[in-house]
Ligand binder design. Structure first.
Ligand SMILES: Nc1ncnc2c1ncn2[C@@H]1O[C@H](COP(=O)(O)OP(=O)(O)OP(=O)(O)O)[C@@H](O)[C@H]1O
Length: 339
């Protein structure tokens, strides 16, 4: 199924939660809505689900305008933060609920419901847990039950609001990869809200970056990192450090770093956004000093001190940096915007 919204507006008192949102999602895409708190992500997701009705604009699902159609008639599955399971119902009843609320004509019989619940539990890899209550499950298990409940109606579109928000980092990582696999296998079109950029960049085919009730950029993770639409997006993604510079003739000049290409940027004061992968530190008598070097899951993370700034950089291959050691920093690339 395809999803398209045009000119979506939603005001709460004086606040424009959605301020003219446009977005077109293709069949089979896995899309992240990413943005700071209050940027309108949840309001957009709820408008797609039919839990919120926009003041103006269109919500097209497979080309049909759904803006005023209630949630249960949209055939969309949704999963919210904090599981939102019914605490007084067993796992079986929670999942069956998704089937029992279907319009009468499509509602399956008792035996068929039991068969479907069993199938869904196998799908989310929780067989045999149907008699448990939510409080007898771990956070990750609860979230998978919530997903099974959403999938019970066989939706073609799945909407998820911070689905892994309450889980610890390891479970979160496992579950999101598993969810991506499930999306692919079932041929769903999915949108999920997150304010975790790693999650968005790792999982999504495309990421819609939201700010102040608008989608400011909608692109693949690669394009977002390489060509952010504006300084706001550049600063929000990829752990980029903003460094003041001066552009002259297509080059950005810094006080303490070598110049770097800034093609197409007009001459004058500017800001360069430098990610750790943009800076290569090498041992040698340079103006920089190693402020910290630590090992994490991805390799050595190096912090260098240079002209009063602290910048994250990659160490040259084979070099084991020591704190306080002098070094030189090369700039491999930068995203530069007029100040
Ligand atoms: N029911 C409501 N009543 C009044 N204001 C609301 C309501 N729902 C949302 N808002 C406001 O609309 C704006 C967008 O909110 P929304 O929840 O969509 O943002 P968000 O990007 O999902 O934020 P978060 O990441 O914090 O969940 C915010 O300023 C919020 O305070």
């Amino acid at each position: 199924m395809t999803i398209e919204v045009r000119g979506l507006m939603r005001r709460y008192g004086g606040v424009a939660a959605l301020d003219g949102v446009a977005l077109a999602v293709g069949q089979g895409e896995f899309v992240a809505l990413l943005g700071p708190s209050g940027s309108g992500k949840t309001t957009l997701l709820r408008s797609l689900a039919g839990l919120e009705f926009p003041d103006a604009g269109e919500v097209l699902i497979d080309g049909r305008d759904m803006a005023q159609v209630p949630a249960r008639e949209r055939g969309i599955g949704f999963v919210f933060q904090n599981y939102a399971l019914f605490r007084h119902m067993t796992v079986f009843e929670n999942i069956a609920f998704g089937l029992r609320i279907r319009p009468r004509r499509q509602r399956p019989g008792r035996a068929e419901i039991a068969r479907r619940v069993e199938e869904l539990l196998a799908l989310v890899r929780l067989p045999g847990l149907e008699a448990r209550y939510p409080e007898q499950l771990s956070g990750g298990q609860r979230q998978r039950v919530a997903l099974a409940r959403a999938l019970a109606i066989e939706p073609r579109v799945l909407l998820l609001d911070e689905p892994f928000g309450a889980l610890d980092a390891k479970v979160r990582k496992e579950l999101r990869l598993w969810l991506r696999g499930l999306h692919d296998r079932l041929g769903l079109t999915s949108l999920f809200v997150t304010h975790d950029q790693d999650e968005a960049l790792e999982l999504a085919d495309r990421v819609a970056v939201m700010r102040d009730g608008r989608v400011v950029q909608f692109d693949t993770p690669e394009v977002l990192l390489a060509r952010p639409a504006d300084a706001g997006v550049a600063g929000f993604l990829g752990d980029a450090a903003p460094v003041a510079c001066e552009v002259r003739g297509g080059q950005a000049h810094f006080a303490a770093l070598p110049p770097v290409a800034a093609e197409g940027v007009r001459d004058g004061r500017a800001v360069a956004f430098l990610r750790p992968v943009d800076l290569l530190a090498e041992p040698g008598a340079g103006a920089a000093r190693v402020a910290a070097a630590r090992q994490d899951g991805r390799g050595v993370r190096l912090t260098v001190e240079l002209g009063g700034m602290l910048l994250e950089a990659l160490p040259a291959q084979g070099w084991v940096p020591q704190r306080g050691e002098a070094c030189c920093v090369r700039v491999l690339g930068a995203r530069v915007f007029p100040a």
